[in-house]
Design a protein around this ligand. Structure first.
Ligand code: HEM
Length: 364
């Protein structure tokens, strides 16, 4: 055997011994090969080095939302994982989105069915050519301030909720990202225009939207919507319009407050206080909410009320345009409506404006 062959064999043997020792040390969990083998018990990884404690228990606790200690100002900083967020997200992206989608779809289908069965609600006596002022310039400006901001808020909000399913596949990622970015900006700022709109609407129209006896009559006659030729006597606003008004004002108020809470999270936290007031009715709602839970409730409330409002406003837009009703749009356009339209739909109001009596209008 030559010296070079011997060197080669020794090299291979040294390498083999090294690998064998590494494997044995790994298996024993110790560099000292005669150390007793450790079973993995009590959450300890064998070997007894510092840092080899199994983190399973720790992470399980974190996952359950156990709070640690932190010197940071933010009270949530000591909570690493808020696991309620999982169920919150599942509810938001599941039942809530589905409910919103169905609600709007059902509304559209109902309106199409109504249009097919009832047709356009006409001025039964036909237009007279003579008009009466329904809303002054300030009322019309208020209506359109509220309406235009609401439409942009609704579309940009729906995009946040459904855009990734509906628009992303059509527009592609770049166009969709741009649209969503500017939509979100518009949503953030136009919220304030909407708030001004609902405050003005409340001040201008609250007096005429207080419920009274004429509303019972309107309800009893189904608003005259399903029977041609008969219109229940109404003042400036009928019961259906009063419902729209209160929904816009009260729904708009809570959507605004929850929207502000989302714009200024951790600063505006309205829910614990609201829940403690509601608990007067024995609801047993939680009143020790963290700032993060406040934000989560705001998202849910904001979305639920917004989709309900959107569904109702779809019906309002339908009946306000000539698609649904002849002669109504002038009220918020020029401010003038045909006197025959006014007598059929708001006879008591016409009588009040003209200083005469009013009553049920049998239309020819
Ligand atoms: C964008 C399309 C819209 C159209 C075509 C429309 C049309 C109309 C019309 C014609 C009236 C007057 C009804 C009458 O004289 O008796 C009216 C009133 C009203 N609108 Fe709109 N509107 C629209 C959007 C909105 C929006 C988005 C809101 C609120 C979020 C809104 C809130 C109201 C309220 C509270 C009234 C008074 C109560 C009532 O008539 O229902 N409108 N609208």
């Amino acid at each position: 055997m030559t010296w070079s062959n011997l060197r080669h064999i020794l090299g291979v043997m040294t390498l083999a011994l090294g690998v064998a020792y590494g494997a044995a040390a790994g298996l024993m969990g110790s560099p000292i090969l005669d150390a007793p083998a450790h079973a993995q018990t009590g959450g300890k990884v064998p070997g007894n080095w510092s840092g080899n404690v199994s983190d399973a228990e720790l992470w399980r606790a974190i996952r359950k939302g156990v709070k640690g200690k932190s010197d940071m100002q933010d009270p949530m900083a000591a909570v690493l994982v808020q696991s309620d967020g999982d169920s919150w997200r599942a509810f938001k992206n599941g039942p809530l989105s589905q409910f919103g989608g169905w609600l709007m779809l059902v509304m559209v289908v109902a309106l199409v069915a109504f249009r097919l069965i009832r047709g356009q609600v006409k001025i039964e006596a036909g237009p007279s050519g003579q008009t009466i002022e329904r809303f002054n310039a300030l009322e019309r400006a208020t209506h359109w301030l509220t309406a235009s901001s609401f439409v942009v808020l609704a579309l940009s909000g729906l995009n946040v909720m459904y855009g990734r399913y509906v628009l992303l596949p059509i527009l592609g990622p770049e166009a969709f990202a741009g649209l969503t970015y500017y939509g979100k900006l518009a949503h953030n700022y136009l919220g304030f225009a909407f708030m001004v709109g609902i405050v003005l609407m409340f001040v201008l129209w609250v007096r005429e939207n207080i419920l009274d006896g004429t509303d019972l009559n309107w309800i009893a006659h189904g608003g005259g919507l399903f029977t041609k030729g008969k219109h229940p006597a109404c003042k400036k606003f009928n019961f259906g319009q009063k419902c729209i008004f209160w929904m816009v004002v009260l729904g708009g108020l809570t959507v605004s407050v929850s929207g502000l809470a989302l714009l200024f999270p951790y600063e505006i936290t309205p829910w614990a206080k609201t829940f403690s007031v509601l608990n007067i009715f024995g609801l047993g709602l939680p009143t020790d909410l963290t700032a993060l839970q406040e934000t989560q409730v705001s998202v849910l409330w904001h979305s639920v009320v917004a989709v309900v409002m959107i569904a109702v406003i779809i019906a309002h837009i339908y009946i306000g345009t000539p698609v649904g009703m002849e002669g109504a749009i002038g009220a918020v356009g020029s401010g003038q409506v045909d006197i025959n339209w006014a007598k059929e739909h708001h006879s008591l109001w016409v009588a009040e404006v003209e200083g005469g009596g009013g009553g049920e209008q049998p239309a020819e």
